[in-house]
Design a protein around this ligand. Structure first.
Ligand code: PLP
Length: 443
């Protein structure tokens, strides 16, 4: 940790104002002192007390290029000076057009048409309405049911939370909308006792759910290639291919949520490409702008996109926002994708991510208190035997100058794509030291 010019009193003032005036998303109040970040450079962030940390979580998985990237800052300034935005309702703007075209190149045919939104949740909500409207326009208005994995997370809007089985999503904020069905996630049960004789549910759970609902009532299956909030669990290899085949057989659309995994995080442009499948709809957000602007996207196949021209009420898509395709956001997106390509960050993420996952397995995986280590590229998790240990490790890492976030018993490890091998090693060693200091057998 190194000192900067901020003073302790500024730190105290910000901490107090934060406590009094902010509601933090998905964060228990008062569990631990909030980290108020005031500056960032490369993979490092500085808090309101002037302490500098290595950011092992990329903000919330989004700061893929790290902080203070000059090419992105220049792009923001240039676009803001030229035209901050022009709404896409009945008009268009240059960076939005160019980013739509670039995403079509990266995703490959038939994924050619993009709707821009402002957050991952909005992208989910848009995808949900798109798949239902698509079926209705094709003469199948009864195809409305959405199937998802029980441990999924697709965002915080009404439709997105309706896809989740997790009681956190709905307790005290019902009624839940109808038309949502969850199937078991393809992982062994968390409870070790149940895991011994429990079979791991496979793709046949989707087949069964479709049969049970009646294929002609099902609109789409939504899935994350790596379950994020559900524990950073990569889907078993081959699962998506089986799902694709089942969806095709029943006329069900496959929506792949790449909000966290997309744009390099797993060491590929998109995680589904590692499995050689083509979704009907892809959603993305976080890495699309590396956190330099709020932007998300829903890309659909040419056929789905074209279907909306036949809408008898509008002759187009009845969905979107004033800021869909915002000029500064899309200019940032174009630049971020350019930097990723020019700097070879996909290959770098694959290589350094592999090193990180192996080091976590070797140095942390067999320690007392660690249930499992898993990951893909620069998206990894250390699962502890208890929530308390996870929090202790999170706090000890922070005291050692490495910021990480624990959700439940799962510590996410997801540094920016520009992280160096040395920084990765530092993160792993900080976790190891923290586990050794706090695991039950250490006390
Ligand atoms: N989908 C996935 C897989 C996510 O991980 C998230 C957020 O973490 C979302 C959707 C929602 O994105 P946002 O927080 O931008 O609304």
């Amino acid at each position: 940790m190194s000192d900067t010019t901020t003073t302790p009193s500024q730190g105290d003032e910000l901490a107090e104002l934060d406590r009094r005036h902010l509601l933090h998303p998905w964060t228990p109040s008062g569990v631990s002192e909030q980290l108020v970040v005031v500056a960032g450079q490369g993979c490092e962030i500085t808090d309101s007390y002037g302490r500098t940390y290595l950011d092992g979580r990329s903000g919330q998985f989004n700061a893929t290029l790290g902080y203070g990237n000059k090419r992105v800052l220049d792009a923001i300034q240039e676009q803001a000076g030229k035209l901050m935005t022009y709404a896409l309702l009945g008009a268009s703007n240059e960076p939005a057009v160019r980013l739509g075209a670039r995403l079509a190149e990266l995703l490959g045919e038939p994924l050619t048409r993009t709707l821009f939104c402002n957050s991952g949740s909005e992208a989910t909500e848009a995808a949900l309405r798109i798949v239902r409207m698509y079926h209705a326009l094709r003469g199948n208005p009864e195809r409305t049911t959405i199937i998802s994995l029980a441990d999924c997370y697709h965002g915080t809007t009404t439709g997105a939370t309706a896809m989740m089985a997790n009681p956190l999503a709905w307790t005290g904020c019902g009624p839940r909308p109808e038309g949502f069905v969850q199937i078991p996630s393809p992982f062994p049960p968390r409870d070790p006792a149940a895991a011994q004789d429990g079979e791991v549910p496979g793709a046949e759970a989707l087949e069964e759910a479709i049969q049970e609902q009646g294929a002609d009532t099902v609109a789409a299956f939504f899935v994350e290639p790596v379950l994020g909030v559900g524990g950073i669990r990569p889907l078993p290899s081959g699962y998506l291919a089986r799902i694709r085949e089942i969806c095709d057989r029943h006329g069900v659309l496959l929506v792949v949520d790449e909000v966290t995994t997309g744009l390099g995080r797993t060491g590929a442009w998109f995680a589904h490409q590692r499995e050689g499948i083509t979704p009907d709809v892809v959603t993305m957000a976080k890495g699309l702008t590396s956190g330099y602007a709020p932007l998300a996207a829903v890309t659909v196949t040419e056929e789905i996109g074209r279907t909306f021209s036949g809408d008898p009420m509008l002759g187009g898509l009845r969905h979107g926002h004033t800021t869909s395709g915002h000029g500064i956001g899309t200019a940032v997106g174009l630049t971020v994708l350019k930097v990723i390509e020019e700097d070879g960050l996909i290959e770098h993420a694959a290589t350094v991510g592999d090193r990180m996952c192996r080091a976590l397995a070797d140095r942390v995986g067999s320690l007392d208190g660690v249930r499992e280590v898993r990951g893909q590229g620069l998206l990894a998790a250390v699962e502890f035997t208890s929530f308390e240990l996870g929090m202790q490790v999170q706090n000890a890492c922070r005291a050692a100058g490495v910021v990480l976030r624990c959700e439940g018993p799962v510590l996410a490890v997801s540094p920016p794509l520009v992280v160096t091998a040395e920084q990765v090693d530092r993160i792993v060693e900080a976790i190891r030291e923290a586990v050794l200091a706090h695991a039950p057998s250490a006390s």
